[in-house]
Design a protein around this ligand. Structure first.
Ligand SMILES: [Mg+2]
Length: 267
């Protein structure tokens, strides 16, 4: 088995890695104990902009896992941080998204505008109550030159009855209407990972991106210059690896196997 004792920091996906639904995946509790014991810093990084660090923390707590909300980075928070470097303090933003995204933007010092007028940026995250008027305002602001940012590009997400439109589908509507491509902050673009690494004060080449999706988690990690580990408890089966151009540095059946590798145990 691989020896990962040279890894100094981890950036870890949630769904399909730590949990599935309300259930912790095998080895999750012990995995966090080992990170704590070995003092390996980590960030839990999710493309989901419709959740907050507090919600993630509560869900982990429910599973018996204690992690500080400071260790959670959503694509919404990363978008707000990105804009904080791009725009003057207090700039006006037109946001489509749920409360956690809007809260992140307000906490970053921006004012949320109700229409396209004066909006310096349009930020689009998943909004499960979107109306046409909101798409219209966003399109007008983009055409007037506002920066067009998407929290994450996921075109669908799973619910019990199947796959339903995700934020990528909302972005596609605006891209089609305006002819402008959104700038994406979440995986597979590197911004989310780069912010996580900066927070951890780590070097990308000694940091490991851990995820269950080749085309988002693993590709994003590679673009950020990190080492990558695929965990097979989520959407990717081992046989999908043979046909994919995206190849992780490491593959683990579950978190228990990753934990052993982090401890330098060769089995
Ligand atoms: Mg996942």
């Amino acid at each position: 088995m691989d020896d990962l004792s040279h890894i100094r920091a981890l950036v870890i996906d949630l769904d399909g890695v730590i949990w599935r639904g309300q259930t912790a995946l095998p080895g999750a509790l012990e995995f966090f104990e080992i990170l704590d014991e070995r003092k390996i810093p980590f960030v839990l990084a999710t493309n989901n902009a419709a959740t907050s660090p507090e919600q993630v923390g509560r869900r982990l707590e429910f599973m018996g896992i204690h992690a500080s909300t400071e260790n959670v980075l959503t694509s919404g928070l990363a978008s707000a941080e990105f804009l904080r470097r791009e725009l003057p303090p207090g700039a006006s933003i037109y946001a489509i998204g749920e409360d956690p995204l809007k809260t992140a933007l307000v906490h970053a010092g921006f004012s949320l505008s109700q229409d396209a007028n004066d909006a310096r940026a349009v930020v689009v995250g998943l909004d499960r109550q979107i109306r046409w008027e909101q798409l219209a305002e966003a399109a007008l602001a983009i055409q007037a030159g506002a920066l067009f940012l998407g929290t994450n590009p996921d075109v669908t997400f799973p619910v019990e009855r199947g796959l339903v439109p995700g934020n990528g589908a909302l972005l596609a509507a605006l891209e089609t209407a305006t002819g402008v491509k959104a700038m994406i902050i979440g995986k597979p673009e590197p911004h989310l990972y780069l912010q996580a690494i900066a927070h951890l004060q780590a070097e990308p080449e000694h940091s490991l991106a851990v995820g269950d999706r080749l085309e988002t988690d693993i590709l994003g990690g590679q673009r950020a210059g990190m080492l990558t580990a695929l965990i097979l408890t989520g959407v990717t089966q081992r046989d999908a690896l043979t046909s994919s151009p995206i190849q992780p540095n490491y593959v683990f059946d579950d978190l228990a196997q990753l934990s052993r590798a982090l401890m330098g145990e060769i089995s």
